[in-house]
Ligand binder design. Sequence first.
Ligand code: AR6
Length: 231
Amino acid sequence: SKGTGSLSENAGRELKEGEEPVVGSAGGDVSLKDAPTLAFPSISTADFQFDLEKASDIIVEKVAKFVNKLGNARLVLVDLSHKSKILSLVRTKASEKNIDSNKFFTFVGDITRLHSERGLHCNVIANAANWRLKPGGGGVNAAIFSAGGQALEVATKEQAKSLLPGNAVVVPLPSISPLLCREGVTHVIHVVGPNMNPQRPNCLNNDYIKGCRVLQEAYTSLFEGFSSIVR
Ligand code: AR6
């Protein structure tokens, strides 16, 4: 049922998790599936142990600020499970702010397999990276570097050697990367968020004044990076 149907079929109905919005337009049914789309994970909220309430406030605030500056482009917050707490917090807060659900929605799936397994085409994906921009470490970083192959590692090194928390770097993918061949992902944007995990570098020791500022900067850098690709 994904990617089919017209506006009239879908009108008045809430989109479920894992479902794509579909709209009609004058002259026939036109799916939004080819609109430029950024899929991004919730930065810092798993391995980096950032507070979910605070993170969800920041995600919704930054999405609200950017979503209407991106033309027809879409922003999609992704997580692995239907039980994801961050997805449900963000959904609630986004609907309270009346954010257009055609332009921003949540989606359940592996961010490295959204097209092949879930039928959602995202031309850009974001990574919750580490400051060394190195593979491994678990979470979405391990998944993206593994799916991107050697080509992603090489392309990343060409753009930056390291990244401070709050910053993002846009990496164009070479055509040999499986993320491009299989998933149609043309760019990965690495983002380093604030870290509250004492076992990881640059721990902020629960300083949420600084932490929130760094997370806000991280999403600003991410959405500005996406905007530079879309333009
Ligand atoms: N697809 C979609 N979402 C995912 C996936 C996936 N394959 N894997 C995890 N998530 P995390 P952080 C979600 O821990 O907290 C690494 O070791 C996950 O459920 O990946 O910023 C790096 O090297 C959560 O909602 O990132 C860094 O050192 C979100 O992605 C450190 O972890 C982010 O979780 C960064 O930690």
